[in-house]
Design a protein around this ligand. Structure first.
Ligand code: ARG
Length: 588
């Protein structure tokens, strides 16, 4: 459906044309003097030069032509040459009625749907999720939802890190601890056991132990590298262990992501790309892209326009081992072969930007992707503690995501019990839902590329620009609507009437912005746009709510129109939080 601003711009363009001016001057923007008017057009200012006329005269001309236009209640020329616009309340009511009936809430999808693979999450097998993984999961999930809402076919891939040294380290440590396990017996011929020889908690203890030891003990490190190498060559016992590690980890990861309301369509892994490596490298060599440099095999990716040094992309180390870049390139080969997407979008820590510049350039230069396949990198900033440094546990260790979620939920639980009389069991469930909003909104309301401070007190507050404030507003609306229904009010087929207060009109105008906001969030890959919009909507609603009698309204037509307005507000807020990846409880 058409946007309200399109109606305004059409009216303005016509007015310009009818007085002999260029219709392109009829652009409309939100007023920067909301005390004087709602929207404004600066076209007369822009046209002054072209028509050798004082801008104010043009503005007067155009305002005069708008006298009978049903879109505006008032179009006024003001010095030096602005056109101040106030929307006609009846027109606005009609527009809101259409908006209320529109499933897409005035969002227009692009004509062509695209197929996009989003690479997010990026956890590493056998290592617990830490706060660094939070942003990739939360931002990626939201982008997946935004792109789908806009009609794209999205394939979300977790791209598990399962193939590096961490595997060799775990295998080595296991070998030291339990040398008698069949997996280490070189001439074992039977079936390996189905049961893993460790639990997830053991695994999570084994990895850091192995990693620490490898840093001090050269011999041990060598062993781990050797184990990694043998695994990658397909040693049957190691492969069986790797399988166990994978299964135990994936089960745990799934549980964690579920708690975050984050999901993936594909659980592909770095190891899945390995079969594509040999051919890829042969081709890069044969076609002259790859050459040797100090024993390593590299592809130059420098470009003349570079302002900083971009080192070559390394395909193979001097010992023949493949690297992170090799795996990412082979994954691109695999994705092209299996899915042929229009775009691959990587949601990864911005400190990995150089890696992706190298990989993307190499993929493009060597023809791994088609000319019009888009490769994009959305790099996000760091989650910091209140001291401005990367968030750590009290003891100074890496903050596990699980503990972070628990801290937020505990604080939310405390606030909810303090505030309300909800029964305890319900309060636990509610605290989880509201806690998730606190966590995700706290993250997504920041521009992704910026670092932010993880502030539990602020994130869990019911006031201010927070998830709980948004949910609180939705719950308030839901409860008015259900009280209205309990009293026999009808919810279907309600007509919308012109606003009768300034706050009501302001809410209506705010709601008309949903469509262009979502389209912008889509174009810019920017969930934070949704946050600011729903925050403003919640503010506009609460202002309206505090000065309006809704259920006590005596005029039944007016009351029904207010209910209709509540329904649209609710739908926009609920759609907004759904795009962010969380939901509102019934009560709070
Ligand atoms: N596992 C990686 C890490 O923890 C992130 C993976 C990102 N995706 C990719 N295709 N490289 O740093």
């Amino acid at each position: 459906m058409k946007k309200l601003t399109e109606f305004m711009e059409e009216a303005l363009s016509q007015a310009f044309v009818s007085r002999g001016y260029d219709g392109a001057l009829g652009r409309v923007s939100l007023s920067n003097r909301p005390d004087l008017c709602e929207y404004q057009c600066n076209g007369a200012m822009a046209g002054a030069k072209q028509y050798h006329k004082a801008p104010f005269m043009i503005a007067e001309d155009v305002a005069d032509a708008l006298k009978d236009c049903d879109v505006f209640e008032k179009a006024e020329a003001v010095r030096p040459g602005f056109i101040n616009l106030t929307v006609n309340p009846d027109f606005l009511a009609g527009y809101l009625a259409d908006l209320a009936d529109d499933d897409m809430l005035s969002v227009n999808r692009p004509e062509k749907s695209r197929r996009v693979i989003i690479d997010y999450g990026g956890p590493n097998v056998a290592k617990p999720l830490h706060v660094g993984h939070l942003r990739s999961a939360v931002i990626g999930e939201s982008l997946k939802r935004i792109l789908r809402f806009m009609g794209d076919e999205v394939i979300g891939d977790v791209h598990l890190g399962d193939w590096g040294l961490q595997m060799g380290l775990i295998i080595t440590e296991l070998k030291h601890r339990k040398p008698d396990l069949v997996y280490f017996c070189d001439n074992f011929e039977g079936e390996y056991p189905d049961e893993a020889p460790f639990t997830i908690s053991e695994l999570e203890e084994i990895y850091p132990a192995a990693s620490a030891r490898s840093k001090e003990d050269e011999e041990y490190k060598k062993e781990a590298l050797e184990a990694t190498h043998r695994l990658q060559e397909g040693h049957p016992g190691y492969m069986a262990l790797w399988n166990h590690i994978l299964n135990v980890s994936v089960a745990d990861l799934k549980r964690n992501y579920e708690n975050l309301n984050v999901s993936f369509d594909l659980w592909k892994k770095e190891s899945d790309a390995q079969p594509y490596i040999p051919d890829m490298i042969e081709r890069m060599k044969a076609e002259g892209f790859a050459h040797e440099d100090q024993g390593a095999l590299v592809v130059d990716v420098r470009e003349d326009s570079d302002t900083k040094e971009i080192p070559p992309c390394i395909l193979l180390k001097s010992d023949g081992a493949s690297l992170y870049s090799t795996t990412d390139l082979a994954t691109i080969v695999e994705r092209m072969k299996l899915y042929d997407p229009d775009e691959m979008l990587y949601v990864v820590d911005k400190r990995q930007e150089l890696h992706f510049i190298q990989v993307f350039r190499c993929a493009r230069k060597t023809g791994l992707v088609k000319e019009d396949t888009r490769l994009s990198f959305l790099g996000f900033g760091t989650v910091n503690g209140k001291d401005g440094h990367a968030l750590k546990t009290r003891e100074g260790g890496v903050m596990r995501l699980e503990y972070l979620i628990k801290d937020i939920n505990d604080e939310m639980f405390r606030k909810i019990v303090e505030n309300r009389s909800v029964k305890d069991r319900e309060a636990g469930e509610t605290a989880k839902m509201v806690g998730l909003s606190a966590l995700k909104y706290g993250d997504l309301s920041n521009q992704a590329s910026k670092d932010y401070i993880f502030d539990i007190d602020r994130f869990t507050s019911f006031e201010g620009n927070t998830g709980p404030y948004i949910l609180y507003t939705i719950v308030r609306i839901k409860s008015i609507l259900s009280r209205y229904a309990e009293n026999g009010g009808r919810l279907e087929g309600l007509a919308m009437k012109a606003p009768s207060s300034e706050a009501e009109k302001a809410l209506m105008l705010q709601l008309t912005g949903f469509g262009s906001m979502v389209e912008d969030a889509y174009k810019e890959r920017a969930p934070h746009r949704i946050c600011s919009f729903i925050y403003e909507t919640a503010n506009a609603f609460n202002r309206f709510y505090h000065e309006t009698r809704i259920l006590d309204e005596e005029n039944s037509e007016k009351k029904e129109s207010l209910i209709r307005l509540l329904q649209v507000t609710r739908k926009e807020l609920e759609t907004g939080i759904d795009l962010l990846g969380f939901a509102a409880p019934e009560k709070m």
